[in-house]
Ligand binder design. Structure first.
Ligand code: PNW
Length: 445
């Protein structure tokens, strides 16, 4: 049974919940917002389960006060959200949409009035469609446009927001978007995807001095999705495959952010698909940050597979009975292992777990309550794992549950629910789940 308590964590440790703009806001063509790549992608037949669209999502745009009250009711001290680039700059560059900024003014002010610290993510995958039409992340100009976007947002909100996350999970927005084709914009081109990873990292580095110029006492970071990589067998071939796989999944992002450039072994594997790098880019990417965000969901068990993509590797199904509704293995000890590894290999700035959570088929009972004990146990076991990492010397500053609300789960549409709060999408009725109540009790100590 999980046993950690809040009292075992430092007093200034941040406990929070996370969301992202596209997944909750809805209002996709209201008050001047224009399409992002995810709006367009979801409109293509066959891309999203059940043909779901993010057009309305949780209609958070029109339920702002109610959702702020739910955050307050949970008792968390911090809320991580993202701002919608096409709501603020509808065509990606140039004209600023005042109505978009007003919405985030209200969000930030509403958080501060309730004593909740805003953690703002600039990019959670919703690239304005015109920027994709011009070439998207494989095009260098997109990184420059991102720095301008960071400038607009931080000038407006920097007096009240101190925590800035440039990007959420670059691996997903680039590899899944431009190589695997499962995420927007749905392309399948390895060289383009690798060029995209470089431009996303470059845009992070270009945004850092902009944020520091506009925000007094800014705390800046990036949120990576990292995975412990295990080997499917003791064979030499599987062992080497796991190293290559780790190279693209984890080291490709961690190494350049920590001033080491891209890993040589991965560059070799990529061959002609390796990105073009302009002199000075690596120094830009390695700019000083104040914290590292890590999103943790599962480990990957890897086997050698000559046909298995750029790293000649294949992820094998874990031999586990404890899996979430995504089929993701519940493996909290992987979080401890991952954190100790990052500490050992990178001596990073303080780490915040910017996402961790689970989807389960929720059980709505006759009384309308949601008895999702498994989600509470999942979260508590991961907090135990965090405590173990802290005992091992890892400098941790916060933990954010994914997610506040059930929401638009990307290619899975509304079929996968991650919320501490249940959303009945046809009526937009919110109901606190048992897991939400459990989290509140945990936070009360
Ligand atoms: C993250 N993977 O997505 C995102 O940051 C959230 O927006 C999302 O809702 C949440 O986790 C749950 O999925 C991921 O395949 C998507 O490794 C895919 C993977 C990891 C995280």
């Amino acid at each position: 049974m999980p046993r950690s308590t809040r009292a075992q964590f430092p007093g200034d440790f941040r406990w929070g919940v996370s969301t992202s703009a596209l997944q909750i806001e809805g209002a996709s063509d209201i008050d001047g917002r224009r399409a992002s790549v995810w709006d367009s992608f979801a409109a293509e037949p066959g891309r999203i389960r059940n043909g779901d669209r993010p057009t309305l999502a949780c209609d958070h745009y029109h339920h702002l006060e109610e959702d702020l009250d739910l955050i307050k009711a949970l008792g968390v001290g911090a809320y991580r959200f993202s701002v919608s680039w096409p709501r603020i700059l509808p065509t990606g560059t140039g004209a600023v949409n005042e109505a978009g900024l007003v919405f985030y003014d209200r969000l930030v002010d509403g958080l501060l009035e309730r004593g909740v610290e805003p953690w703002l993510t600039l990019y959670h995958w919703d690239l304005p469609q015109p920027l994709e039409d011009a070439g998207g992340w494989p095009r260098r100009e997109t990184a420059l446009a991102f720095a301008d976007f960071a400038d607009v947002v931080s000038r407006r909100l920097g007096d009240r927001v101190k925590r800035w996350i440039t990007h959420n999970e670059p691996w997903c927005s680039t590899i899944k978007g431009y190589y695997e084709g499962e995420f927007a914009p749905g392309k399948r081109d390895l060289a383009a995807a690798m060029q995209a990873t470089h431009h996303v990292l470059l845009s992070h580095g270009l945004a850092l001095p902009v944020l520091r110029a506009n925000v007094a006492a800014a705390q800046c970071g990036i949120a990576l999705s990292l995975h412990p990589i295990h080997t499917a067998s003791d064979s030499e071939a599987d062992h080497l495959a796991a190293i290559r796989h780790d190279g693209l999944r984890n080291r490709w992002f961690l190494d350049p952010l920590h001033g080491r450039g891209y890993p040589e072994d991965v560059l070799r594997e990529l061959g002609t698909a390796a990105p073009d790098i302009v002199e000075g880019d690596l120094a830009t990417i390695a700019g000083k940050t104040d914290f590292l965000g890590i999103n943790y969901y599962f480990r990957e068990i890897v086997a050698n597979d000559p046909k298995g993509g750029p790293m000649r590797s294949r992820v094998v199904e874990p031999d586990a009975t404890d899996v979430t509704g995504f089929g993701w293995e519940v493996y909290p000890e992987g979080l401890t292992e991952l954190l100790l590894r990052v500490k050992r290999d990178y001596q990073p700035v303080p780490i915040a777990i910017t996402e961790n959570g689970a989807t389960y088929p929720d059980e709505v009972s006759a009384d309308g309550a949601i008895h999702d004990e498994r989600r509470a146990v999942y979260i508590h076991r991961h907090i135990d794992a965090l405590k173990a990492a802290m005992d091992g010397g890892v400098d941790l500053t916060g933990y954010f549950v994914w997610s506040l609300l059930d929401n638009f789960e990307w290619a899975e549409g509304y079929s996968k629910r991650f919320g501490l709060v249940h959303v009945d999408f046809p009526t937009q009725k919110r109901t606190m789940k048992d897991s939400g109540r459990w989290f509140t009790d945990f936070l009360k100590g």
